[in-house]
Write a protein that binds this ligand. Sequence first.
Ligand code: C2G
Ligand code: CA
Length: 357
Amino acid sequence: MKVALIKDSKVYDNKLLGLTLRERIKKTLERAGFVVEFFNDGLTLREAESYLFILEPVLILERDLRLEGKKALISDNSLFGYLFEGDFRNFFSGDLLSAIERYISMNSIEKQEVWAVKVSEENLKKAEKLLLESLVKSEKTGLKPAYYDGVIARVVNRKISLRISKFLAGKNVTPNQITVFSFLLSLVAAMLYLINNYLATLVAGIIVQIHNILDCSDGEIARLKFMESSYGAWLDGVLDRYADFVIIFSITFSLSQLNQSYWILGFLAAFAALMIAYTGDKFVAAYKTTYKSKGIPITRDVRLFIIFLGSIFNQLAASLILIAVLGNAECLRRIFEIKVLNSETTTSKGWTTERRA
Ligand code: C2G
Ligand code: CA
């Protein structure tokens, strides 16, 4: 058993984006494999294979926290806790600080930098900002998702979705509800494209972009409230494929009123959308690691944005051409790129195996 002993503090009573800081540190450490207890003055130590002491109130932001060995835990050059092995118990006879001092003098303790903020009543706003930032699927945040955000997700969607997530944090909304609601919006957009007039197209385009933004919010809420689930991840991806298809189908249907050959274009665009997702997901399933594409940026966030722009400028045929050409070109490129990667991964250690695919 690994035990985390957290020195309690009033600061932990503060609520940050829907959960108290006490609940946040508890859930974070439980996820890292610890049994979590808070202590005040009288501390008793039961037998354990390792002891984690958190001595200063902190909000841990790191998502894939790995704690092993004997460590001094540092954040921003400032110490907030220790990780010791089971033999620490022999050093402890009631006074924690002197036991720590003796243990450190007898053992070699490495430093481990953890992405965390020491929290006080004064810096809760800053902590909240960092907590929101930690929800983004970027390499910086230490998340190891199937893929990192595309360019539109990074530059446009997350900027807005984080505000939505902040608003929804304290509400009784589950990630799966957002996923389903967002999907329903894509159906509304699809129906509007069928009407085939500019105003309806414009509104449809705006709804598509809202749908694009909400696709970021479901995951953010899941991470923020510790509600990530395998089913949610699966549903998120599967409903995205349905939404892609339904949107492209309805756009193609209305274009085909002008010219039947638009069906060919629509078919190629829908195929590209599905294959971009499939080649990425199949990579993740086969290699069990994050897919970092350095190719043509035509991920879903970008495709939906292209449709949004095409709707505003009433150029939906151009949107489909872009998606069909760039999407299929990118899939072909991936076939060659991944073949080369394959021979590299067997020799280099550059690609780490992911724990939680
Ligand atoms: N997730 C979940 N339950 C949901 C939705 C998402 O648990 N109902 C979690 C899963 O861990 C899933 C991850 O959130 O793997 C997806 O994170 P998002 O931030 O939703 O990102 P994604 O939908 O992959 O991409 O502009 C588009 C963005 O790139 C969104
Ligand atoms: Ca999503």
